[in-house]
Design a binder for this molecule. Structure first.
Ligand SMILES: Nc1ccn([C@@H]2O[C@H](COP(=O)(O)OP(=O)(O)OP(=O)(O)O)[C@@H](O)[C@H]2O)c(=O)n1
Ligand SMILES: C[C@](O)(CO)[C@H](O)COP(=O)(O)O
Length: 234
C-alpha cells in the first residue's frame, strides 16, 4: 500500500530571540512571510497530501497575508506553551480525523530555506524505515562547554555530534504516543521518540536549512533562499 505523508508545521511561537515587532514567522523574506516560504517548499512535494499549520489561538497576523497559492493548507489554532505542546496538539487533531497511520513530517515555520531536494531525499530515505528520522548536519566547528562566568570549561569531542534540523519524519501513532506525559525536556520530535527507546535515523541535510532565530539570521536567509531552491523562491 502506498504510504501517506502529512506535514505538520508548528507556527505558534513568539520569536522572542528575534526581538522583532511581530512573531518571526511573519517577517518578510523576498516580499513574503518566512512562514510562506516554509509552507511553499512543502507544497512542492506531491506525496504530501496536506499540510497542517498550527497557530496560536487568536493569532492576529495570519489573516493579514495571502495564502491562496497554498491549496493543501489546513489551519488549526491550537498552539501550546511550548513547541512540543504545539506539536502534540496538532498530532492529536490529525489522529482524531485519520483512521490510518501516515508518516508525519514536522517542519519548523522558522526554516524557510529547506530545499526541495533535501525534502525529497528525506522521504526517499525513510519511507520504508521502521522508526523514521530527521535531517541533520554534522557539527562543522570545535565545540566548547562554558563555565558560568564565560570561560572554557572543556572542549567537547565532536566526532559524533550533529545539529538536528527539520523536517523530522515519524509515524503518527508512535509520535503521538511519544508526546504523552511531561514535555519539558522535549525540544524536537526525535527526542520524544528517543525517550520511548527508539533510535531515529540521521539523514544528512544542508547547512542552508537554517532556523531563523536571531536578527542576523533574516539577512542570511535572504541570501540563501535563491540558492536553496530557486523553484520555491518565486
Ligand atoms: N509554543 C511554541 C513555540 C515554538 N513554536 C514553533 O517552533 C518552531 C521553532 O521554535 P523556535 O525557533 O524556538 O521559535 P520561537 O519559540 O518562536 O522562538 P523563541 O524561542 O526565540 O521565542 C517555530 O516555528 C515556532 O513557531 C510553536 O509552534 N509553539
Ligand atoms: C526542532 C529544532 O529545529 C531542531 O533543531 C529546534 O530544536 C527548534 O528550536 P527550539 O529553539 O529548540 O525550539
Amino acid at each position: 500500500m502506498t504510504p501517506r505523508f502529512v506535514a505538520l508545521v508548528p507556527a505558534a511561537g513568539s520569536g522572542s530571540r528575534m526581538r522583532a515587532d511581530c512573531p518571526k514567522q511573519y517577517l518578510l523574506l523576498h516580499g513574503k512571510p518566512v512562514l510562506w516560504h516554509s509552507l511553499k517548499v512543502l507544497h512542492t512535494e506531491p506525496r504530501i497530501s496536506h499540510i497542517v499549520l498550527v497557530l496560536t489561538e487568536g493569532d492576529p497576523w495570519f489573516a493579514r497575508f495571502d495564502w491562496s497559492d497554498l491549496p493543501r493548507l489546513q489551519v488549526l489554532y491550537c498552539g501550546g506553551a511550548s513547541r512540543a505542546e504545539t506539536v502534540r496538539n496538532g498530532l492529536a487533531n490529525i489522529a482524531s480525523n485519520t483512521p490510518d497511520d501516515p508518516w508525519i513530517l514536522v517542519h519548523d515555520a522558522a526554516r524557510p530555506c529547506l530545499s526541495r531536494s533535501d525534502l525529497t531525499h528525506l522521504i526517499d530515505q525513510l519511507h520504508a524505515d521502521a522508526v523514521g528520522g530527521l535531517l541533520a548536519v554534522p557539527v562543522p566547528e570545535t565545540v566548547k562547554r562554558a563555565t558560568l562566568d564565560g570561560h572554557v570549561a572543556q572542549t567537547v569531542p565532536r566526532q559524533d555530534l550533529w545539529l538536528a534540523q527539520t523536517p523530522q519524519m515519524f509515524r503518527l501513532r508512535p509520535l503521538l504516543a511519544a508526546h504523552q506525559g511531561v514535555l519539558d525536556t522535549i525540544t524536537d520530535e526525535a527526542s520524544a521518540m528517543e525517550r520511548q527507546g527508539d533510535s531515529p535515523r540521521l539523514i544528512t541535510g544542508s547547512r542552508n536549512n537554517l532556523k531563523i532565530t536571531y536578527p542576523e539570521d533574516l539577512a542570511l536567509a535572504a541570501l540563501l533562499l535563491p540558492a536553496a531552491d530557486p523553484q520555491h523562491s518565486s
